[in-house]
Design a protein around this ligand. Sequence first.
Ligand code: SF4
Length: 183
Amino acid sequence: MSWEALATEIRGCTACPELVAERDRVVVGELPAGARLVLVGEAPGAQEDLEGRPFVGRAGQLLDRLLAEAGLDRADVGVLNTLKCRPPANRAPKTPELARCRPWLERQLACSGDALLVALGGTAVGWFFGRGAKIGALRGSVATVDGRRVLPTYHPSAALRFGPNGAPMAALREDLALAASLL
Ligand code: SF4
């Protein structure tokens, strides 16, 4: 199935009644043709829900800046989320929601060939490595999960929360540079 056909299917999804009632848009994500790097975050926030694009709020602006520092152009990078619909008031995704949305991300990743995947934040890291996986213990190197190369790291929101001199910012910067060096 083509990316566009899959995106159309996802936009029609109504599997999570609470999210469907609150969302403005289904934020499918982006996968530029031939992308060698695909980032996987948690879920859309308010700005993403408004614009229908992933990572366009403050966290997204930071991500763009760190990608550019690593020599990467966001236009060449895939950006997906574990959930395609915004949880109300930006609460954390619930386990049943993640389970319902999982097949969509699986199918999206199947479209991404052998791209290097970067899991951003606890929810995405848990999606690949299992609940309870610790970013601090896993970050900084690439693991193979179900035949995919996955680099776990912090979410840009955590980097913002801990500030410019916080450990998550330094780790995210370092890990995106590592990802760039592996392409
Ligand atoms: S979060 Fe995923 S599974 Fe739930 S309604 Fe949105 S697209 Fe469907």
